[in-house]
Design a binder for this molecule. Structure first.
Ligand code: NAD
Length: 437
């Protein structure tokens, strides 16, 4: 099947490469010429494990191409995916749909013959209706259907998630479009990934409900962690103790600095706004968003407390900047709030991240970037572990202690064992674990 993928970002590029790998003929379109130039040169503009090989293979085998020419890609496509960004709208927190609507107008002008327009971007309930209206207005005679097919992949594990999804959600009542979607995803269907068919509005809402639920789970365990610290309990044991209950499940029960990234913060906010507009307020999600946004800066205060109450004139080393490991994505990363809180309190910040430093340079100011974890720790008065990259999981503790000016470690991901850290002579602070007697 011929597919056009509009938007070659984290979702569009991964989805496009995976569809090509299934055997479809995919053309990825992006309006950023630099991105397309890079892709046509064989360079991958984002860091996602395995993506370079997957793209190279499918380009080599002539199933995957890249262009800035949307009209050309859309003209010959039977399915056109919209995978553009839907960030928070500046000022009010609603999803900014301007990129989606622009894509819809451009697609409408270019499509030729029956076309299934599939919204993969995360969009508020009712957006499909508007996309349909825009296309109908631009091309009253066109034969088309607008389908919602939200994406659930996680950055850092995106290819595996796309190829082995827990489920595929397809929102349409158009039988012809349903057949096209089934054909597109047939390789997964054969692997027994359930394809859930539902109405378009239901599919749109399903994506927000999933993200809001996951954000709630994280925030819940974070608050349990705070209580653990006050009462001398251990959040990791609590998480295991509840997570083995199948009704709860063990995933997303890792206490930490608060959720960040390109999805949860903006999607919870957009859901809250949609719910308020429809007079069905989502009080739980409202609270989750408020608790989480306060938490990230509170992590800065935690570091300051570990440093004896002040960081003025001190140097703090930060390990891990991206919102999670195995990505270079800095969007809404907790590190941003932690670092600015430390800088506001007078600290100098050094940082190291295996993949995120280039993106970090455009969002953080006055940070000194290091070559590796030990270079980052050199001469610092405290070390903060913010993102749990594998390379930070087995640091040489004796070397680390000798490298730091003061042996203070704040581990916001509970990577290390408190007893071991104390045995090595560190002042060690983690999340939701009993403080030393
Ligand atoms: P992104 O910012 O990485 O990529 C979006 C791309 O679309 C950019 O390269 C941009 O240049 C391009 N673009 C915008 N308007 C365009 C147009 N009119 N024509 C051609 N290209 C255009 O965003 P992303 O992280 O890939 O997210 C895309 C959507 O998928 C969002 O709605 C997001 O919420 C959703 N989503 C993201 C993830 C994730 O992990 N990143 C997971 C699931 C769903």
């Amino acid at each position: 099947m011929r597919v056009a993928m509009i938007g070659a970002g984290y979702v569009g590029l991964v989805s496009g490469a995976c569809f090509a790998d299934f055997g479809h003929e995919v053309c990825c379109v992006d309006k950023e010429p630099a991105k397309i130039e890079a892709l046509n040169r064989g360079a991958i503009p984002i860091f996602e494990p395995g993506l370079d090989d997957l793209v190279a293979k499918n380009v080599r085998e002539d199933r995957l191409t890249f262009t800035t020419d949307l009209a050309q890609a859309v003209k010959s496509a039977q399915a056109v995916f919209i995978a553009v960004g839907t960030p928070s709208r500046r000022g009010d927190g609603h999803a900014d749909l301007s990129y989606v609507y622009q894509a819809a107008r451009d697609i409408a002008a270019a499509m030729d013959g029956y076309t299934v327009v599939v919204t993969k971007s995360t969009v508020p309930v009712g957006t499909g209706d508007e996309v349909e209206r825009i296309i109908r207005e631009t091309r009253p005679e066109a034969e088309f259907a607008v389908v919602s097919n939200p994406e659930f992949l996680r950055e850092g594990a995106a290819i595996a998630d796309f190829k082995r999804p827990d489920r595929i959600v397809v929102g349409t009542e158009d039988e012809r479009a349903k057949d096209v979607m089934t054909e597109l995803y047939r390789p997964l269907y054969l692997n027994q990934s359930p394809l859930l068919s539902m109405s378009r509005r239901t599919a749109e809402l399903t994506k927000y409900a999933a993200n809001a639920f996951l954000a709630t789970k994280i925030t819940f365990i974070n608050e349990i962690a705070d209580l653990c610290e006050q009462v001398g309990a251990n959040v990791q044991d609590v998480a295991r103790g509840i997570g083995l209950d199948n009704r709860i499940g063990a995933k997303f029960l890792h206490a930490g600095p608060g959720y960040g990234g390109s999805c949860f913060p903006k999607d919870t906010l957009a859901l809250i706004k949609t719910a308020q507009d429809h007079e069905a307020p989502m009080r739980i999600v409202e609270t989750v968003a408020a608790v989480n946004s306060q938490r990230k800066r509170a992590m800065g205060r935690k570091v300051i407390a570990a440093c004896g109450g002040s960081v003025r004139g001190k140097t703090v080393a930060v390990l891990g900047l991206t919102f999670k490991p195995n990505t270079d994505d800095m969007r809404d990363a907790p590190s941003i709030d932690v670092i600015t809180a430390l800088q506001d309190a007078g600290a100098r910040v050094k940082a190291y991240d295996p993949e995120g430093m280039e993106a970090a340079r455009s969002v953080l100011t006055d940070v000194a970037y290091a070559r590796d974890a030990y270079d980052c720790a050199r001469g610092a008065d405290a070390l903060v572990l913010v993102t749990e990259w594998d390379t930070f999981r087995a640091l040489d503790l004796s070397r680390l202690k000798a490298t730091l000016a003061a042996p203070v470690v704040v581990d916001l991901r509970n990577v290390y064992r408190p007893e071991e850290m104390r045995r090595h002579g560190f002042t060690y602070v983690s999340i939701g674990q009993p403080l030393p007697h």
